[in-house]
Design a protein around this ligand. Structure first.
Ligand SMILES: [Zn+2]
Length: 504
């Protein structure tokens, strides 16, 4: 999901000709332990921009309809990926001798039978009014408008037994994004009003919140997703908290209106899948350990059209990571390392890191055998010479040892100028917490994320294959590969940061 990048150094080009011999002779493998990132004997030359570009156009094209987690489109894309992996020649490492690890999502949403109205205005839930938690709740109560809900405005009304309407207003605190701020304000204000006896709370967007309203609409319509048992998908019967568009401000203030709400919730299981493949290591002992290359294959699917285009292709997010991992597999197939290389494409990342939460909880290899996680997330946009390595500075750094290896690989390879802003705990986007390395880091496994960070096309139908910087993506891929190659060949696994504790 972010940004940064590289430059093809002369030594790198030279390295191509030094690259490993063909597969057959490569199988018999490195004489001595490889200690340096730039060690001879790697198969960097197997990583080709032309392969990456071809794979990205195939996966990020309209054919797979944006690969939405839990839909047939995600499953189709996953089968396509497995077929590429089979052709490359890696072993299946999922369930039952296949490349797949299937799992269930729990999906909870308002049913189509849900109804809402204010006065004479019929409101379609999550289209004309966002409902924050899917809740089984019915109420018919007078609506009282309290402006922006200041203390003096509130002093004039008794909200007991009433639905309360108020305009959202405020400025975000410096240390959080506007969306998080909005959520926080609505949660706090609602709690206060409910405590005073309100039976429902109706926020009306101000100009600033309107943009969030438009963005959230497509998310709330779909309901909530989690793994079975997650608190966010539990069916509740709490009083509803709603958000109306800015356009409602005029009519919502009219006196004497009644709010009528009849909300019904449904909750059901939904399928998703991780794709898992392995290139066994060459060392009798170290092959039992795994360097895990991570990415996600899903994106946002088909949603509201923007400029006539309704397919959210997710070319950068995250067909870049998918194409990069295929390229890295070709290199490991040509020249295996001492440790085993494990590749996991996580399903349903966009639904809340669900595939990586599932895999890290139920890995198909022993959990203790995973020595490092290198996660690829949005690697093909923004400045061609800059990139970011998330998990590289405190408090997110859980292995200085792994970070040093990755930084050395950058210097030896693409030599990107590294942006550390996005890794800071104070960054408003909280980027570190938004991709698949996170569940592994929570378990204490050394983990980093390679990314070229956010851009204006993020999560829009404009995130298309034609907008990717392929030379940059190839250098990002080289960087991940060189890091993984070094980690897979060194004698000691990356050391974990003593006393590391992940806190937001
Ligand atoms: Zn992503």
């Amino acid at each position: 999901m972010k940004k940064l990048l590289y430059q093809p150094a002369a030594w790198l080009l030279a390295g191509l000709s030094l690259a490993a011999p063909l597969a057959a002779s490569a199988q018999k493998k490195p004489a001595a332990p490889v200690r340096k990132t730039t060690s001879a004997g790697n198969a960097l030359s197997a990583i080709k921009e032309s392969d990456i570009k071809r794979d990205l156009y195939a996966l990020g094209g309209d054919h797979f309809r944006g690969r939405e987690g839990g839909t047939l489109d995600e499953l189709k894309a996953s089968v396509w990926l497995a077929e590429q992996i089979r052709a490359i020649g890696l072993q299946p490492a999922g369930d039952d001798g296949t490349y797949f690890q299937w799992f269930h999502l729990q999906r909870t949403r308002l049913t189509k039978a849900s109804r809402m109205s204010i006065g004479t205005h019929q409101l379609r839930p999550n289209q004309d009014a966002l409902v924050f938690a899917p809740t089984n709740f019915s109420v018919n109560a007078p609506l009282v408008y309290v402006g922006t809900g200041t203390t003096s405005e509130m002093a004039k009304v008794d909200v007991k037994g009433k639905a309360v309407a108020l305009v959202f207003s405020g400025n975000p605190a410096a240390d959080m994004s506007f969306r998080r701020y909005l959520t926080q304000v609505m949660r706090d204000k609602s709690a206060e009003l409910m405590k005073a006896g309100a039976v429902a709370v109706v926020f009306v967007s101000d100009a600033r919140a309107q943009a969030v309203y438009e963005h959230w609409g497509h998310i709330y319509e779909r309901g909530r997703y989690g793994l079975p048992g997650d608190a966010n998908t539990k069916v509740v019967d709490t009083a509803p908290i709603m958000l109306l568009p800015q356009s409602a401000k005029d009519w919502v203030q009219q006196a004497g209106q009644q709010l009528t709400v009849d909300l019904k919730v449904e909750s059901f299981l939904y399928p998703s899948v991780n794709i898992v493949a392995k290139m066994p290591g060459t060392d009798a002992q170290l092959k039992k350990e795994h360097v895990l290359f991570s990415t996600h294959q899903d994106h946002d699917g088909v949603r509201a059209a923007v400029a006539g285009d309704s397919i959210y292709n997710g070319a950068d997010d995250n067909a870049t990571g998918c194409a990069a991992l295929l390229a890295i597999m070709r290199a490991f197939k040509q020249q295996p390392a001492r440790r085993s290389a494990l590749f996991v494409y996580h399903g349903a990342e966009e639904r809340g890191l669900l595939g990586s939460r599932y895999y890290s909880d139920k890995p198909t290899v022993p959990k203790e055998s995973i020595v490092a996680v290198l996660n690829a997330e949005m690697m093909g946009r923004n400045d061609p010479d800059s990139a970011a390595l998330l998990g590289s500075i405190a408090p997110h750094r859980n292995s200085s040892d792994l970070v040093s290896t990755a930084l050395a690989a950058n210097q030896a390879g693409p030599n990107f100028k590294l942006d550390t802003e996005w890794d800071k705990a104070t960054h408003p986007e909280g980027w570190y917490f938004r991709s698949d390395h996170l569940p592994y880091a929570r378990l204490g496994i050394p983990a980093v994320m390679y990314t070229s960070v956010l851009h204006a096309d993020y999560h829009t139908p404009r995130d298309e294959p034609g907008r990717i910087d392929y030379p940059k993506l190839t250098r990002m891929t080289n960087w991940m590969y060189l890091t993984g190659w070094a980690v897979a060949n060194r004698t000691a696994a990356p050391a974990r940061e003593p006393g590391f504790k992940l806190e937001r």
